[in-house]
Design a binder for this molecule. Structure first.
Ligand SMILES: Nc1ncnc2c1ncn2[C@@H]1O[C@H](COP(=O)(O)OP(=O)(O)OP(=O)(O)O)[C@@H](O)[C@H]1O
Ligand SMILES: [Mg+2]
Length: 252
């Protein structure tokens, strides 16, 4: 197992957002986390990626305890993520955004942009990811001028530019049209293969996407795991269909 979480609990004051969640993800897996609004999906991703410390429980990445380690050190170890709400610098161009990620991966010095133009590895790394994500022609466009779908794509691409072993994506296709969702997923899967990413964990509400791409589905409800199973098993689980899937969409 690359990533193993055990007994995760998260309290916000008296409110229990996660209650005894355990999860293990191995190489080659594409895992989707589903659940109604407020189920604890983002809280789980935030704990797995060291953004939020758990109130109890452990997270082990490549057999190393990483609870509360922080996203920067975690990225160096080989885990990257994107956020539910796009986190891009509006004034940076597509290429500059990706260059910043490559710089972070390579651990280049702090005089970020002063040295960028002369650094071929940074240049080429950023351009390669831009092209993998179909953003090559827009490489000089400032992020704020991109349409919403491309903003999401750039955010996800930045995480891929870190060349992680495992990537966690919190609603990578939210706020984009159904056609764009599928396009983003196709690009992500191809890029993951190309870059050599071993596992993907995503939070996703769109059931066509969830059932179309996942090897495994984890259904969260009120901070607990309702089911952790294959798409076929999830489809046949009436409790999950009633409490999680039925609220949003019919399963085809
Ligand atoms: N920083 C916080 N302080 C207090 N309560 C919080 C905090 N973060 C999350 N919560 C609460 O914890 C619960 C789980 O939140 P979380 O964001 O993990 O849900 P989610 O499954 O990602 O929902 P959504 O589908 O809306 O993104 C919610 O009831 C939320 O209001
Ligand atoms: Mg969320």
């Amino acid at each position: 197992m690359i990533l193993k979480a055990e007994g995760l609990r998260k309290l916000y004051g008296g409110f229990c957002a996660l209650d005894g969640v355990s999860l293990a993800v191995g190489a080659g897996e594409f895992v989707s986390i589903i659940g109604p609004n407020g189920a604890g999906k983002s809280t789980l991703i935030n704990i797995l990626t060291g953004v939020t410390p758990p109130s109890a429980g452990t997270v082990r990445f490549k057999d190393r305890d990483v609870s509360g380690i922080g996203p920067v050190r975690l990225a160096r170890l080989g885990m990257a993520r994107s956020f539910q709400l796009v986190q891009i610098f509006p004034d940076l161009s597509v290429l500059e955004t990706l260059q910043a990620a490559v710089v972070a991966r390579l651990g280049r010095g702090t005089r970020l942009f002063a040295s960028l133009s002369g650094d071929r590895e940074v240049q080429e790394g950023a351009l390669e990811v831009a092209e993998l994500f179909g953003l090559g022609e827009k490489r000089h466009v400032p992020a704020r001028q991109l349409p919403q779908g491309d903003k999401k794509l750039l955010d996800v691409a930045s995480a891929f530019a870190l060349r992680p072993e495992i990537i966690l994506l919190d609603e990578p296709t939210s706020g984009v049209s159904t056609a764009d969702k599928t396009a983003i997923m196709e690009i992500m899967v191809a890029a993951a293969k190309r870059i050599g990413i071993q596992a993907i964990i995503q939070v996703e509400h769109d059931m066509d996407i969830v059932f179309g791409y996942s090897d495994r589905i984890v259904a969260l409800h009120q901070g607990r795991i309702l089911a952790d199973a294959t798409p076929a098993e999830i489809r046949a689980d009436q409790r999950v269909v009633d409490t999680v899937i039925g609220r949003r969409a019919r399963v085809r």
